[in-house]
Each structure stands twice: as structure tokens, then as C-alpha cells.
Design a protein around this ligand. Sequence first.
Ligand SMILES: Cc1ncc(COP(=O)(O)O)c(C=O)c1O
Length: 363
Amino acid sequence: MNDRLPAIGCTPSDICTPFLLLDLDRFEANIRTMAAACADRGVQWRPHSKCHKSPVIARRLLNAGASGITCATLREAEIMADAGIRNLLIANMIAGPAKVARLIPLAARSDLIVCVDHPDQARPLSAALAAAGASVRVLVEIEIGMNRVGIVPDENAVRLARLVHDLPGLELAGLMAYEGHLLTVPDADRKKCEITAALDRVLKLKSRLLDAGLPCPVVSCGGTGSYPITLQQPGITEIQAGGAIFMDAFYEQACHIDSLQHALTLQTTVVSLPTGDRAIIDAGHKSMNITIHMPYVRDRPDLSVAWLSAEHGALTRTQDADGLFIGQRLELIPGYGDLTNVLHPCFYGFRNGRLEEIIPIVR
Ligand SMILES: Cc1ncc(COP(=O)(O)O)c(C=O)c1O
């Protein structure tokens, strides 16, 4: 954290840019929207924490009705457990002796769920947990078209589920899948059909597990870019959508999510106006990530982010762009907030134009 922290009660213009401004009213409205959408469908909300890496925020989500927290890494889960948060899903594979060894103390102090898609993750985990007298719940991760991790939902998946069920130290909790490859299908009807078909493969596998006498209380999937559709699928028990609490340009422009408000902005300053068609801001690659989606300048359709260097951002100005001056503040809506937030030490939480709290991002 910065040792020159601004005073609570100050205004955004008192803080040096670039920094992440969290509009607390909008943030809380997004949390209410997500909690209510899940509650309406009788589905649990286990928001992904990779977009905030903040135990303070995770605790707030649990207080607002989230059933548990999703993490992308062992480290993220440890950070949550350090803050006393117990109900944790690591939506990722734990592989290799170093990670297996590190998981054991985490399992002992939390109610942990991990994923497997192969016996070679399950067996070492089982051996280490059983030797330590500990256990974890396990979801078998299913491949539904993303071509990332996951076992194809056929007979081998049933065999893997049975192995998990039988191994000491492991408790078969159900299935997980992520429909991440379908978030940006442009046509709304096609998106719905494709997500429904992809998740149907998981739900059919669930039926096979139940027919085989195996338990499957949990079916976990869903991201911010798909949650309105995923929530409609009968049989899904929990949704992992996390970035929804901030809402960024990717979810809005590429995934066409319109139920959430932009709560998070990157505050920047115009530092130079070298030509009539270019403005330079003080935020570059070290303040924002543009790989998944481009950020945009809020309320300035006459400006667009053209390219970045480490600590400079180049904006293209249209002919009629005016009213720009050196020293002017511009607010950017992050492209994919998840990858941008980790470049910062904290969120500055504002309400009614005043700094109310500083929320650390823990890495
Ligand atoms: C396993 C998993 N679940 C859910 C998500 C969705 O996260 P978010 O809603 O923050 O976009 C992701 C995103 O990468 C993911 O990898």
C-alpha cells in the first residue's frame, strides 16, 4: 500500500492518478442485483474473487448472501482463509507435490472444494490428505467446449467421479464447468441456445452419476458474461460470476450484459496534447490491461484508447473533440477489470464524491 494515503473524506481530485475509483453506491447495487437474481432462481452465488483479491470485499459479498467464495489459485484461497473466510472453492487444478503439500494446512482451516479432471490430480491429493487426517470436497471439472481443462462428459468422467468418491480424504461434491467460450456469442438467441446445450452436457452427466449411485449435490458454473442465461438452467446449483460487482467494458460491449452498472473506473489525467488528434494520459500498461478488451473513456465518445506504453496512454481525438486541457481528469471504464485491478494496491471507495474507505488488494 501507498504510504501517502489520502485522507478519508477527500475528493477524487485530491488523489494522484492513475487509481481505481470504486463508486460504492453502484457497487452495492450490483451486489444486490446479483444476490437477488440468484435468490430468485434458488441458485447459490459463489462469486469469483480473482477480480478483487480482497477479503474485505469477499466478506461483504458473504454478508449480502453469497454462499461461499470462488478462487482461481491456492494463494487466493489462502488470503481468504487468513481473513477467516472458510467456504472456499479453488476453481482450478492442484498439481505437483509443492502445491499438494501447501493445500493440506489450508484444508485443515477451511471448508475447501477443489477440482480435478484426471486421476493423477486425485490420487496424490488423496494420499496427502489421508496421511494428514484431513479431507476436501471435490468437483469433477467437465469440458464443455472451452478447450481449457475438464474431462469430456462420457464414461471416463463417471469413472473419475467414482474414483474420487472411493478415495480417502476426498469427498465427491459434484461437477463444475465454465461456459467461458460462449460469453461473446453476438446473437442473443444463439448465445442462449449454445449455453443451454453446453450446460445440458453437464446436467446429463449429473443424471448418469446419480443413476450410478454417486452423489452430485453441486453443479457449479457461470460467469458474469453468461449469468442471466446460466441461471435459467434447471439443475445448476451455483454461479461463480464475480466481476459483476464492478462491471467492465468487456461484459457490456462484448457479452451484452445490461443489468449491471459500471462501479469501477480508472482515474487518469491528461498530461500532454501533442497534436490535434492525440491526447496522452498518465495510465499505460502498468495501470491497465488491454488484452481481453479495450477500455473506453466514460462520457467521451469523441475519445478512444489507441495504444499504451508503460506509463503513457495515447487517446485518439476526433476532429470535433474539444474542451480537453492538460491536467484534465478522464475516467476510463476498464476493458477487463480482473486483469487491470491486480496492477493496483487498492480500491478507493467513494460515496457522494467523498472518499469513504480504502480497500486493499492483497496478492
Ligand atoms: C472457472 C471460472 N469461473 C467463472 C469465471 C467468471 O468470472 P467473472 O464473472 O469474474 O468474469 C471465470 C473467468 O475466467 C472462470 O475461469
